[in-house]
Design a binder for this molecule. Structure first.
Ligand code: 5GP
Ligand code: ZN
Length: 143
């Protein structure tokens, strides 16, 4: 895609710090370095977000994530954890519309990344949960 910053990075029209590359996947350092080693993993084929993946692109991309994660862990022995983040659409904080997985190494509770999950479990009854799971399951099955 001509107007896409990550396609330009893949094509070397814009420089980047390469971490891993093969025929289908490119990984490079995120310019913001939220924590040391913050890496983006992207499919070489332009897909906007997770909703556009087919199974082939998904397996090509996600199958490389453990290898790159281990590369980070071995490179930075002080690393104590890793968050994988994938933002989809603007509301969910996506700012570059070529799909990417953030690999964010974690070093301490006070490093520069945090995420909170609220617990809203008490707002849904067992019946609500059964109905919600059934709706999603049937939608997937009929897709
Ligand atoms: P999003 O907000 O879409 O999940 O993440 C986009 C990421 O792309 C941001 O973390 C941002 O720092 C990174 N980014 C944007 N432009 C560039 C660039 O030109 N080079 C690199 N290496 N990272 C970029
Ligand atoms: Zn692109």
């Amino acid at each position: 895609m001509t107007d896409c910053i990550f396609c330009k990075i893949i094509n070397r029209e814009i420089p980047s710090y390469t971490v891993y590359e093969d025929d289908d996947v490119y990984a490079f350092l995120d310019i913001t370095q939220t924590t040391k080693g913050h890496t983006l993993v992207i499919p070489k084929k332009h897909v906007t977000d997770i909703f556009e993946y087919d199974e082939e692109i998904a397996s090509l991309l996600f199958s490389k994530v453990p290898k790159i994660s281990r590369g980070l862990e071995k490179s930075f022995p002080e690393m104590k954890g890793l968050n994988l983040i994938n933002n989809n659409k603007e509301l969910a904080y996506q700012s570059v519309f070529h799909s990417h997985i953030h690999l964010i190494p974690r070093y301490s509770e006070k490093d520069d990344f945090s995420i909170t999950f609220s617990n809203n479990g008490d707002k849904y009854s067992t019946e609500d949960m059964v109905a919600m799971a059934k709706l999603i399951e049937e939608t997937i099955t009929n897709d």
